[in-house]
Ligand binder design. Sequence first.
Ligand code: ARG
Length: 473
Amino acid sequence: MTAPSDKPPNDQDKQGQSLWGGRFSDKPDALMQAINVSIGVDRKLAAQDLAGSRAHARMLIDQGVIGAEDGELILRGLDAIEGEMAAGEFPFRDEFEDIHMNIEARLSELIGPASGRLHTARSRNDQVAVDFRLWVREACDHTLAQLHALQQALLAKAEAHADAIMPGFTHLQPAQPVTFGHHLMAYVEMFGRDASRFTDARIRMNESPLGAAALAGSPFPIDRHATAKALGFDRPTANSLDSVSARDFALEALSAASICATHLSRMAEEIVIWSTPQFGFIRLSDAFTTGSSIMPQKRNPDAAELVRAKTGRIFGALTSLTLVMKGLPLAYSKDMQEDKPPTFEAFEALDLGLAAMTGMVADMTPDTARMAAAAGAGFSTATDLADWLVRTLNVPFRQAHHITGAAVKRAEALGVDLPGLPLSELQALEPGITDGVYAVLTPAASVASRSSYGGAAPDQVRAQIKRWKDLLA
Ligand code: ARG
């Protein structure tokens, strides 16, 4: 390649502009720097930026775009920077705007003019696109591992309590008895779908934008397939404009995160309700509760409440990035620098939420006696009475529903539950009723009878637990 004539501008007045300030005479206003600077946020992309730079440098060497000697210098300089970062000694500087220019400026200090060759056939536009994709991809992988751990915790609890009768609710009113295991398995299904959404998003995002350069591609003989492969991407992106403009990979990950957060918030809400003295279905461990500074008796489910609340930040991030991207012309616009704060914040919140939920699930102790007692309350086997009338006396369901409603009304008036209603009372409503009916009116009988595929019967629950154990193994 040509002999080095590079003299990196290092004009004191123009510090920070030194990487792009060739056509500028004055330094930027302090406000310009304040609104422009992103290093405080994008320093989180340091590892990804180094990985992208290494892949790019190696490819440039292999393609003969830069000489082996300069290439070696660059790679060793990047190693040194990585060492400085690991030691907490890397000088992150506002005047160099962002992570890309901070690293390039430091490389220049460490290895001199050869550093100026690294940015050949590259722009910060494809650089940030590849860094951010790598970061979001890692966030998806991390989330998938966390969802797996949460599902395992739920499965263990569900298996231990596959037979523990508890009330099932609709409208938060007692509806039909289920089991604690069945209830927990509902969340295993939800978090399983969340995992499949992250998996799908990962597949779509796993294309490398590196080499799209500023927006139009590069005149140098670069090998985009090689850099894609080196960075673990399935292939390079196929349109250079799209490569530097696309942020839907982050939107998609944030959408999956938002749906996952709603699932976490629903479970958190149930934990809050279950752990009230009024319900008393579960006891949370000391590890996931806090006391009150004034009321000595309190044990507050703060972790669950905060998991419930994190949903706001995560949805906020999705809304924020959607509105940043809306109406942006192709290709890169600086607006897109605002993609990172909400995304980082959302995944930090999701990480905490998933971890705290996994801890709470593993530590919670159900009060199965209390759950069982509650399962019989509120005429929860009324549907079983109606179903018995249909099956045994061939009464049309609508009429059976009516008769049962009258039985509930009568029981309420007498202050008894359905199994406590005398046979004569039932026969007054439907003369064909025999004392065989009482066998279906207990919560245990009700649950055992719900043996349709996916139903609450313990055998069904155990079959689903086994299916999930195999799936997650
Ligand atoms: N800090 C920028 C960002 O996060 C990097 C890309 C800058 N590109 C540019 N043409 N100014 O988006």
